[in-house]
Design a protein around this ligand. Structure first.
Ligand code: HAM
Length: 432
């Protein structure tokens, strides 16, 4: 009887098993390739930061800060938080290292795990992975459109078709007071029907009520006034610019009058890419402009725009759409020894092959030749080197081309060179 399992991965986390890795490599490969094409440089920040960085950036009244952060105290009593998202750490790093002095416009990307204590469900995890991009330094609406175009290019290269771009504007501190007034007037009559959290938000940050997940609050805000109708002249002009450039690049979008992102730092442009196949958790990526955040965190006032996408959700959407993905990795050579002398020789041969840049594997379980051939097949080896007693006595081995099912006797002295030639390893360092 199987033993009961004593330890399981924490709720809302997921082991990425070797079988899934080729999917992840493929996804990361496409992300890196597109980031390169758009000239974004990779940045990596710690997985935890001082708590205040997030509460200040994301906003005290947001679901993330109110309910979802993994916050702990270290032994020195400092409050730290596992990053729920990547934007505040990138901005912190940008300010800390004065990166803006090197170039007036900096374009970054990142890939990594994020942490939010949400109720787990399909497409919603507590440790999930994002790739994201941030362009810090440009106010031009063309920058917003490059960002959107980058996210959509990645989706397209992955084969995703059933996706839609939702676009909105959340204005700026100049246009918000009037909208706030209208929103408060609209919600005033139903104040007592709002959930306790939204009643608090009503006084402190009413825009957040539009982002409440509770059914009742959603119904009450269905026809709430949109910020889009109260944009100041500059924000309206900027929004027109974004729409104009989207049209120029023939990027279709749905104007979303009540697109509210779950983070407080946004100004002007906000967008989400939605998959038609993911049910409730249908946003595969989202982002927008955050022109006030750098100043808010102590830097010089600098405009910025960015996005992040959920990698688990993208993989789910790819599965639903039946997107073709790269084959799992295979090896160049399988070395199959028969007998103790051959096994000792195999160890050196594997080392020599690896030094020549050929990926290879061998037998460490003293399996029969038949079982080893099955193994070679399963590993997708292009060639199997059979080290038989009788051939070894003559300093020769059998090399079997697994695709052609043909074998040839080769002298030990020229074996590595023979395999290099067969596999087309052109220069050292190139792995087959
Ligand atoms: P966000 O909308 O909070 O934006 O997250 C971006 C994406 O991360 C979501 O669209 C979703 O695909 C994925 N995601 C979020 N939470 C979870 C979860 N619990 N489980 C699985 N996937 C999840 C941001 O994070 C901003 N930093 C985007 C940004 C960058 N804005 C400007 N620059």
């Amino acid at each position: 009887m199987a033993k009961s399992i004593k330890y399981r991965a924490p709720r809302g986390t997921h082991d990425r098993l070797p079988d899934e890795m080729s999917l992840w490599y493929h996804l990361e490969g496409v992300v890196r390739e597109q980031m390169r094409l758009y000239n974004y440089s990779e940045i990596a920040t710690p997985t935890f930061e001082g708590t205040e960085l997030f509460s200040r950036s994301i906003g005290e009244e947001t679901e993330i800060v109110e309910k979802q952060m993994y916050t702990f105290f270290d032994k020195a009593g400092r409050s730290l938080t596992l990053r729920p998202e990547g934007t505040p750490p990138v901005v912190r790093s940008y300010i800390e290292h004065s990166l803006g002095r090197r170039q007036p416009l900096q374009k970054f990307f990142y890939i990594g795990p994020m942490y939010r204590q949400e109720a787990p469900q399909a497409g919603r995890l507590r440790q999930f992975h994002q790739f994201g991009a941030e362009a810090i330094g440009a106010i031009d609406p063309a920058m917003d459109v490059e960002m959107i175009s980058l996210l959509l290019s990645i989706c397209r290269r992955l084969g995703l078709k059933a996706i839609a771009l939702h676009l909105g504007s959340v204005g700026c501190p100049r246009c918000r007071p009037l909208h706030r007034e209208k929103l408060l007037a609209f919600l005033g009559g139903s104040y007592s029907l709002l959930c306790p959290d939204c009643q608090k938000r009503y006084h402190r940050n009413p825009l957040r009520i539009l982002d409440c997940k509770r059914e009742r609050c959603r119904e009450l805000t269905e026809d709430a006034p949109s910020v889009i109708d109260f944009l100041c002249e500059d924000c309206a002009l900027h929004f027109e610019g974004v729409k104009h450039h989207l049209q120029q690049l023939e990027i279709a979008y749905t104007l979303d009058r009540r697109l509210v992102r779950g983070l407080d730092y946004y100004t002007r442009t906000a967008f989400e890419v939605i998959s038609a196949n993911l049910g409730a958790q249908n946003a595969i990526g989202g982002g927008g402009r955050y022109d006030e955040l750098i100043k808010e965190l102590g830097g010089d006032p600098t405009p910025a725009v960015g996005f992040a996408a959920g990698m688990e959700r993208i993989l789910l959407a790819m599965e639903k759409e039946g997107c073709q993905i790269a084959q799992p990795p295979t090896i160049g050579v399988y070395v199959a020894p028969v007998g103790d002398r051959a096994r000792a020789f195999a160890l050196s041969l594997l080392k020599d092959l690896r030094q020549a840049g050929i990926s290879c594997d061998g037998d460490y379980l003293k399996r029969s030749l038949k079982a080893q051939m099955r193994m070679a097949d399963r590993m997708g080896a292009s060639y199997t080197v059979i080290l038989g007693e009788e051939e070894m006595d003559r300093n020769r081995v059998l090399v079997r081309g697994m695709r052609e099912s043909k074998q040839e006797e080769v002298g030990l002295d020229r074996l590595v060179g023979y395999l290099i030639e067969k596999l087309g390893v052109r220069r050292q360092g190139q792995t087959v």
